[in-house]
Design a protein around this ligand. Structure first.
Ligand code: ATP
Ligand code: MG
Length: 396
């Protein structure tokens, strides 16, 4: 019997823990999965009793469909499954065929059967089903042995109302929560390694992402700006749609250079970035700011530097990388695909105006005093006037 559709079972992990809100989270997840699978014509996706079932025409490569599904935040795992009637004879027959197919591509010697009976009216209890199915699989595949403690393969049988499902693998998804279930954050996006990772991590917790980038054109190049759009495009592969605002910080940096101590350039520019970002966030209904800051030895990222930066705004600032080691951040950057772009050597507005000896222990009162020499409001307004906004949407 040939199916014209492949079936995929999607597990929702943490979404399943959300109590009363569970239907809402599941609905959001279902929508995101459908969106990710838009390019596959004829795909159907439905929720049923805590799982999401996806059916795709068998003309599509199964692995490609799985890759798309497992990229959706909120998916804990996905399995390519065989569907059968909920009749013990049918289940046994299919289980035997499934294992024979699996043996063609994998070298397996031992297995066990795990049965889940979501349909409690099914007239046989799970351990009994496992025993009968196991026996039939042994008959069909003479090379196999049962090992209930440490099997090389687990054959799962999921018995549901009317239909049952047989599968051998649970492919891990990204986990997290469906996009759009946790407000919107504005990432301060440089062209570096950290901020794209920070954006991705917050998106993984269900937060929609908008971005602001600061440049010092013509001291920074158009190619540096392109690099930021490239990074945004990669993150948008997970988030769907990201609005990016670009702001020219040059006038502010020049004003700081002319009126403030040289070693305070970085910390003062960072405060301006935060103040400008906060204005943009409020206007665009973002709930929080996000940065890629991480406690370290870089001048602006010592604890004192972060305290002084934080003081520039009232809006909460999320710093999801704060306690990670650089190697761990790089690992994530590689996994999500931003690393290679991040390390392209283009100048950043901060490096253009890097002081020789930046303050590593800035004192808030000192910094505020230096800042008072500037027309803060006027500078912020003229920087905001340079704003260019584009929308990067990989769904379109
Ligand atoms: P990244 O790799 O994200 O650039 P970094 O380790 O180089 O981080 P900094 O350059 O000190 O650290 O920047 C700290 C944070 O400040 C960044 O993660 C980012 O959120 C923000 N930031 C720095 N430069 C810019 C910029 N040009 N535009 C927007 N945000 C920026
Ligand atoms: Mg940087």
């Amino acid at each position: 019997m040939k199916n014209c559709k492949n079936t995929f079972i999607v597990r929702c992990g943490e979404v399943a823990l959300k109590g009363m809100n569970k239907p809402y989270f599941e609905r959001m997840l279902l929508e995101r999965i459908k969106k990710n699978l838009k390019r596959f014509d004829g795909v159907e996706a439905n929720r049923s009793e805590g799982l999401i079932f996806v059916k795709a025409p068998d003309s599509y490569d199964k692995q490609e469909v799985i890759n798309e599904i497992s990229r959706v935040f909120g998916v804990s795992s996905v399995s390519s499954a065989w569907e059968t009637e909920s009749e013990i004879e049918e289940i046994c027959k299919k289980a035997g065929e499934y294992m024979l197919e699996l043996l063609k591509i994998r070298n397996i010697n031992t297995f066990k059967v795990e049965v889940k009976r979501a349909d409690k009216t099914f007239p046989m209890e799970s351990p009994k089903v496992a025993k009968i199915v196991g026996g039939e699989v042994l008959k069909a595949c003479r090379v196999l042995k049962v090992d209930v403690h440490d099997p090389e393969c687990v054959l799962y049988v999921n018995i549901r109302h009317g239909r049952s499902y047989i599968y051998g693998d649970k492919i891990k998804g990204l986990g997290g929560l469906p996009l759009g279930t946790n407000g919107k954050g504005l990432i301060l996006l440089s062209g570096g390694i950290d901020s794209p990772v920070a954006a991705w991590m917050m998106a993984k917790r269900g937060m929609l992402i908008e971005a602001v980038h600061f440049h010092s054109y013509p001291y920074t190049s158009e190619r540096a700006q392109e690099k930021v759009y490239d990074l945004t495009r990669i993150i948008a592969g997970y988030c769907g749609r990201i609005k990016v605002h670009s702001i020219n910080l040059l006038k502010i940096q020049q004003a700081i250079g002319e009126n403030c101590p040289e070693e305070e350039m970085t910390i003062l520019s960072r405060r301006f970035m935060m103040m400008i970002a906060e204005r943009i966030a409020v206007k665009n209904r973002c709930d929080m700011l996000i940065t890629g800051e991480n406690i370290g030895q870089v001048a602006s990222q010592t604890v004192h530097g972060i305290v002084v930066t934080d003081n520039a705004v009232r809006m909460p600032v999320m710093r999801p990388l704060i306690a990670l080691d650089k190697v761990d951040i790089i690992d994530i950057a590689q996994k999500i695909g931003t690393f290679e772009t991040s390390i392209q050597p283009f100048e950043d507005c901060c490096t253009v105006f890097l002081p020789k000896h930046p303050v590593t222990k800035p004192r808030l009162e000192r910094i505020l005093e230096s800042e008072s020499a500037l027309d803060t409001e006027g500078l912020i307004a003229s920087a905001l006037a340079t704003r260019e906004t584009i929308v990067i949407d990989v769904d379109d």
